[in-house]
Ligand binder design. Structure first.
Ligand SMILES: Cc1cc2nc3c(=O)[nH]c(=O)nc-3n(C[C@H](O)[C@H](O)[C@H](O)COP(=O)(O)O)c2cc1C
Length: 189
């Protein structure tokens, strides 16, 4: 059985910076991706997903900050200038990046806010894919040190960066394990 939604779910995959083309993501497409996030399910309608959007020079600022944090949190013996440069490049070679933030309302358990925000990310990922935009969720250690840079409040936490760029999405099939081994039991009577 197949339809467009099922096909998009099956074909979505993590698409990285080296695959991104130079073409800009339009404001209309960005809005569609954000609206997809906003359509995620939430317990008590807390709608806990928040985003900080980086484009153009904003991406350089993000890259510089990630690289600075990498240097700050890495013991001298382990520090690699090459990794610092690569860390910066990840931001500057995306077309747009969103910082993914959970806003804890206190109205439901924290795990539910986190789960709802992850649903919002999956919605964005599917929307991006359907628009010919490659994307992935990046979660380096540096994201736990971005609070001041992002202007977060006490009840907000950055859980990753969502990098995006137009890409050829037809060049490789996603690799996934079978569902059969993930069904623990069938209880039918
Ligand atoms: C919560 C979360 C965090 C992730 N963090 C990273 C990351 O830091 N770096 C990375 O390369 N991919 C990251 N990914 C993307 C996964 O590598 C990717 O989804 C996985 O390889 C499965 O491939 P697929 O998305 O193409 O099916 C993350 C995915 C999730 C759901």
């Amino acid at each position: 059985m197949s339809n467009q939604i099922l096909e998009t779910i099956q074909n979505r995959r993590a698409v990285f910076q080296k695959q991104y083309h130079d073409t800009d993501i339009s404001e209309q497409d960005l809005q569609a991706i954000l609206e997809a996030a906003n359509a995620a399910p939430t317990h008590k309608r807390t709608e806990p997903w928040r985003f900080v959007i980086f484009k153009n020079k904003g991406l350089s600022k993000l890259g510089t900050e990630l690289s600075r944090i990498y240097q700050e949190i890495t013991p001298e013996k382990e520090y690699s200038p090459k990794k610092a440069e690569k860390t910066k490049e990840k931001a500057t070679s995306a077309n747009v990046a969103f910082a993914i933030i959970v806003h804890y309302s206190g109205k439901v358990p924290e795990w539910e806010e986190l789960a709802a925000t992850a649903c919002a990310v999956q919605n964005m990922w599917l929307a991006a894919h359907s628009l010919g935009i490659g994307a992935y969720w990046s979660s380096p250690k540096t994201i736990h040190h971005l609070d001041d840079f992002l202007g977060l409040k006490e009840n907000q936490k950055c859980i990753g960066l969502f990098y995006m760029g137009h890409a050829d999405l037809s060049d490789s099939a996603p690799k996934r394990g079978d569902i059969e081994g993930k069904i623990l039991r069938r209880i039918e009577e």
